[in-house]
Design a binder for this molecule. Sequence first.
Ligand code: NAD
Length: 367
Amino acid sequence: MNENIKSNVSDLGPYKVIQLYFPVSGFHAMVVVDNTALGPSIGGVRVSPAVTLDEVKRLARTMTLKNSIAGLPHGGGKAGIAIDPASPDKERFFRIFARAIQTLTDYIPGPDMGSNETCMAWIHDEIGRAVGLPEEIGGLPLDKHGATGFGLAECAEVACSYAGIALSGSKVAIQGFGSVGKMAARFMADKGAVVIAVSDTKGTISDPRGIDIPRLIEVKDSTGSVTNYKPGAVKDTGALFSERSDILIPAATPDVITTDNADMVKAKLILQGANIPATVEAEALLHKRGILSIPDFIANAGGVIMAAMEYAGNTEGEAFQAISKRIKENTQLIIEKSLREHIPPRQAAEHIAKDRVFSAMCYSRIV
Ligand code: NAD
């Protein structure tokens, strides 16, 4: 029966696609529940005026794969709220959104770009269902703990040896200096890596001698941009990709590495901190150039692993242990499979992740 279902099921989802429009408040939102065979879906709420349904669908699929390969009892989902993250009405919009998804119990919201633990507390207050909550109400605030940045540095420990890089002393360039970028910089620096360039929407700060990360965090938090850090050269945002680094960490928006700039990348190793940061064509190009690129749903799984551990009632220490173990094991697993079968790491990872979901679908009424 399992094989029969596997051979008849060509895709994983999406299972539910919901578009919400609130004419009085004047905003729209969307939720995609991609697959629930492994359990209720978990995925972040992206807040951006530019968020699209197509983007949310792709991100929900990434969550299905991420939760599967991380061995979590959760399917993949994602939401988007099309408002300015700095809106003074943000709390009201979040509460309206929360009430609208109250009965959608196979979607558990978490933080993502433009949302944080406070936003999750608002949702939880309305409907009693959200992860990445503040500590005061029993949560493990994954951005505050730096769960994703921690996982990226653990991933680097394994991936560096395959890319022929010594992690201690390696040069790192990071695109985006928000929750993920800041914590990735901190945990990479703790392992002896030297962060030589960081970008945000205003530009890139670059210093081949190394950037002082605690000071850069202070500058970003107090002035709003990494470009106000001194010393170092201030360049345009796109210059980040051509920096002479060993490791590149995209930690901002989707589709930033394309066929237009994949040739400029000088790093030997890419750790995908952001979700879907490279187009399919760009990933193929990077692979052809011998650049090892660890896919998003392996490298940045730290956040959702902590979220799932919070949901299951585990402690912060147990969550960090699980992140380290699962990300290190999976990084090695997919690189070995990729080398053995002469396929890109993303393809190797997709095979493993999809196989677990398809097997679970055999036990589900919804196939
Ligand atoms: P965030 O909103 O805290 O930070 C985003 C940062 O990216 C900001 O510094 C912003 O200035 C910068 N940025 C945006 N566009 C840019 C551009 N074109 N060039 C350079 N910088 C740019 O978001 P975050 O939580 O750090 O998430 C970043 C990415 O990581 C997203 O793709 C998200 O889906 C993914 N991710 C986040 C987590 C998490 O735990 N927060 C977990 C897994 C994946």
